[in-house]
Design a protein around this ligand. Structure first.
Ligand code: SF4
Length: 511
């Protein structure tokens, strides 16, 4: 009987690390296990048809689905169709979205089995039981967490096609010792490292096969500095050996922990080689203590300032609107502090109620009202009305299009001026009032809207507004046309820094 591992990724470029872990740990079942990834947006019936093409004549099929907040709606539809047309197919669910609150989910009602938590050893064990009998009696199976050295690493399962065209997710550790109540990792209580030498040997082999873009999914990369230094040195060695063919690495870091040894290492990375995602979430100490987030704000601010001024690391800093106790005024204050520190991107998130997270303990006291549909975004709370939350959602969307995109690098400081949050909120309200849209606004139209706002709402002369906006387009054009002709082929070649560097970061570098 064939075992099929599948999921729906948000984009083709996102290769599922979770499925590859399962495949790597199938042992004697590996020969009969296949992996097939789909992308959100595909028709359920087409997906079911492809899944059933793995069923051998006269046999059943075990299908393991990786279920996440971004695909639970679609996978529920797929499972419903699958059970209608092929009820004999055995459906096993796993992933964070089905690991908690298992009693009230339609997808769990439809499935045969569910594995909560880690699936690396429990999924193959469950498949063995299904195949050899006796039939497992329980529907919900708590995933067993084996010692880290018993989990086989999956990186050899990235195909050459994956290496060429997709983001390679890697992890040197799992879990997080912190307890921020909005986050699923709050349930981990600690972090568990993989053997660092074995992990780096796998990275070496990926590198030798041509991998140049590594995205670390470790929740707190800089927690164990000794390990962080080893990993960074791995990339520095690669950069030194082949500066014309650079690697790019992305890490999630905690902001208030950047010892000197780590700074020395970070300083050595050239432009376009290093990206940090830094969670600030809130600068408000009352909110931080309410949600059990331990963060030294002064240290965090100093470190972000150091990174923006003393390193070439590209910084994405996360803030969350809608946390209990956060008013619009206190959020604006944190946002303005962050803008002043000068990170390249501010990821403006809206609070989501992830299944299993302890944030719900504040529901009554702070009147937290979440959308019942995934991704369970907050709609209103005691301090922010639904109408204002809608304004924040639009702000986040336009901020991504105008600020984070890097397409308005010269215009943005003029828009933000001396009160970034307040001014951008004015622009955001104005764009929405004039377009009724937050999606599918073409870049040309967006540029025209910003130019009109600068004139009508800020009194900027037309010629100055047009010149300002044009300077951004000229910047992009310069970047796009910045490659040199290859002498041997006559083809335009990207500059070395841009080859592994993600597009948005390239735009920020070019500005
Ligand atoms: S938000 Fe970050 S630091 Fe806090 S629990 Fe989650 S992963 Fe850990």
């Amino acid at each position: 009987m064939t075992i099929l591992l599948t999921t729906l990724n948000a984009r083709y470029a996102h290769a599922s690390l979770g499925l590859r872990y399962l495949l790597a740990n199938m042992d004697e079942l590996a020969a009969q296990t296949q992996l097939h990834e789909f992308v959100i947006g595909a028709r359920s019936t087409d997906i079911v048809e492809k899944i059933l093409s793995y069923q051998l004549p006269g046999e059943s099929l075990i299908v393991g689905f990786g279920v996440y907040i971004w695909n639970v709606t679609e996978i529920t539809q797929v499972v419903a169709v699958l059970k209608r047309v092929a009820p004999e197919v055995v459906i096993v669910l796993g992933g964070p979205e089905v690991s908690h609150e298992t009693g009230d989910q339609e997808i769990i009602r439809l499935a045969d089995y569910v594995i909560t938590g880690w699936g690396d050893v429990t999924f193959p064990a469950l498949c063995r039981q299904i195949l050899q009998g006796p039939k497992p009696l329980m529907k919900i199976h708590a995933g067993q967490q084996p010692p880290m050295n018993e989990i086989r690493l999956p990186y050899h399962l990235y195909t050459d096609q994956d290496i060429r065209h997709r983001t390679l997710y890697v992890e040197a550790s799992r879990g997080c010792p912190f307890k921020c109540e909005f986050c699923l990792s709050a349930l981990d209580k600690t972090a568990w490292p993989f053997d660092i030498d074995q992990f780096l040997a796998e990275m070496e082999s990926l590198y030798q096969r041509g991998a140049r873009l590594f995205k670390f999914v470790d929740r707190t990369f800089n927690l164990n500095v000794k390990t962080s230094l080893k990993i960074m040195q791995f990339f520095l060695d690669k950069l030194a050996a082949a500066p014309h063919d650079p690697v790019f690495a992305h890490f999630e870091v905690v902001p208030d922990h950047l010892p000197d040894a780590l700074k020395d290492s970070i300083r050595q990375f050239p432009e376009g080689a290093l990206q940090f995602e830094i969670g600030i979430q809130s600068f408000n100490p009352d909110v931080q203590s309410l949600i059990s987030r331990k963060q030294n704000n002064d240290k965090a601010a100093d470190n972000i300032r150091w990174l923006t001024t003393q390193s070439h690391a590209h910084l994405h800093v996360d803030l969350i609107a809608g946390l209990p106790g956060e008013t619009i005024a206190s959020f604006a204050d944190g946002f303005n502090q962050l803008v002043a520190l000068g990170p390249h991107e501010i990821q403006f998130g809206i609070l989501k109620r992830l299944r299993g997270t302890p944030i719900i303990r504040h529901t009554e006291a702070y009147a937290l009202a979440f959308d019942p549909q995934p991704p369970y975004t907050i709609l209103a709370n005691r301090d922010i009305s639904f109408a204002d939350m809608q304004r924040l959602v639009r702000f986040a969307r336009y901020w991504d299009m105008i600020a984070n995109s890097g397409r308005f690098a010269h215009t943005l400081p003029v828009i933000l001026h001396d009160a970034p949050f307040e001014n951008f909120m004015e622009l955001s309200d104005w764009i929405y009032a004039n377009t009724d849209a937050t999606h599918r606004i073409a870049l040309d139209r967006l540029a025209g809207l910003v130019a009109t706002w600068l004139q009508e709402q800020r009194g900027m002369p037309q010629a100055s507004a047009v010149m300002l906006i044009s300077s951004d387009y000229a910047g992009n054009a310069k970047h796009i046309q910045g490659g040199e002709k290859s002498r041997s082929t006559g083809q335009t070649q990207e500059p070395a820094v841009a080859r592994a560097t993600p597009q948005r970061q390239s735009r920020h570098l070019a500005a």
